[in-house]
Design a protein. Structure first.
Length: 302
């Protein structure tokens, strides 16, 4: 619901600027941490323009239809529903990705994972990633698969997920970006046994400890699928399983996204279980060891 003050704004002629200010005030009252950014996106979507054009046209009167759409968006945001789920899309690595409540919204931190894969891919196969086979494990919305498919047009990317709902929306995103000939999405528990052995494996698997789920922000805890968040007692259950069961070519490379303070714990596990492997960390934009790169695989690694 909106306040009486906001209802007046919705029911009388008003400019983009006036509606923007009133909406920011509404979100601040319920403790939204980034109200200006959220209102920009939601208002631009309701009007049918871009955020930059929104500011250029701040004195234009908002149509009745746009105000009605924006009112619905604002009510949903006040209930702490995430902005990407409200508008049904989000940007990742410069590409628009369709999202819904059944898949995890791609995070900026995951762009560090993509950057790490691209750096190695281009080093071994050139800027097009010619003839590389890449597995994206736990593909979710397909954001990573799409980014790799667009950036490495000579590679073959296979995205796998245990969730049929995720497979459906990832396939939509592949088609949206005209990647059907180079990116394949299918249902699988980690890797299917009869797929091509990959040169590179990238995985953004659940890594939040089960006991920490209840303390997450409402936008995550209440609106994103637990299957994409819950990584077991210490957050690393599925990641350890992938390391032990992985199918990958000799001297292939595995890229993993990790949570805060998980790198050293997982490194100890890797070197204890498969001591000949090489382990490297890559920091994200916040300086956190977000990506683990594991190389040196041999044919008898499992």
């Amino acid at each position: 619901m909106v306040t009486a003050e906001m209802s007046v704004v919705f029911n009388t002629p008003c400019t983009v600027k006036a509606l923007f200010r009133s909406a920011v005030s509404e979100l601040l009252k319920v403790g939204i941490e980034s109200p200006h950014h959220d209102v920009e996106i939601l208002l631009a979507e309701a009007i049918g323009t871009t955020v930059s054009n929104l500011h250029f046209n701040s004195l234009l009167e908002v149509s009745k239809e746009a105000k009605e759409d924006f009112k619905k968006f604002l009510c949903r945001r006040k209930r702490r529903e995430p902005v990407p789920q409200i508008i049904g899309k989000w940007e990742f690595y410069g590409y628009e990705i369709l999202v819904n409540k059944l898949v995890l919204t791609p995070r900026p931190s995951t762009e560090s994972l993509v950057e790490s894969v691209l750096a190695v891919a281009r080093q071994i196969a050139g800027c097009r990633g010619q003839d590389l086979v890449i597995h994206d494990i736990g593909t979710g919305s397909g954001a990573i698969a799409v980014a790799l498919g667009k950036e490495l047009p000579g590679a073959r990317v296979y995205g796998f997920d245990v969730s049929l709902a995720a497979v459906d929306i990832a396939s939509e995103n592949v088609s949206l970006h005209n990647l059907d000939k180079s990116v394949d999405i299918s249902l699988a528990d980690l890797q299917p046994p009869r797929s091509l052995e990959p040169d590179l494996v990238v995985a953004n698997l659940p890594y939040i400890a089960s006991d920490d789920l209840s303390s997450l922000a409402p936008e995550v805890r209440d609106y994103e699928p637990s299957i994409a968040l819950d990584g077991g007692a210490d957050g690393l259950d599925l990641i350890r399983r992938l390391i032990l069961e992985i199918r990958i070519v000799e001297e292939g490379v595995l890229f993993l996204e990790l949570g805060n303070n998980q790198f050293e714990m997982l490194k100890s596990f890797v070197l204890r279980e498969i001591p000949f492997l090489r382990v490297e960390a890559k920091k994200d934009f916040d300086g956190i060891n977000r990506v683990m790169i594991i190389s040196g695989w041999r044919n008898n690694h499992v």
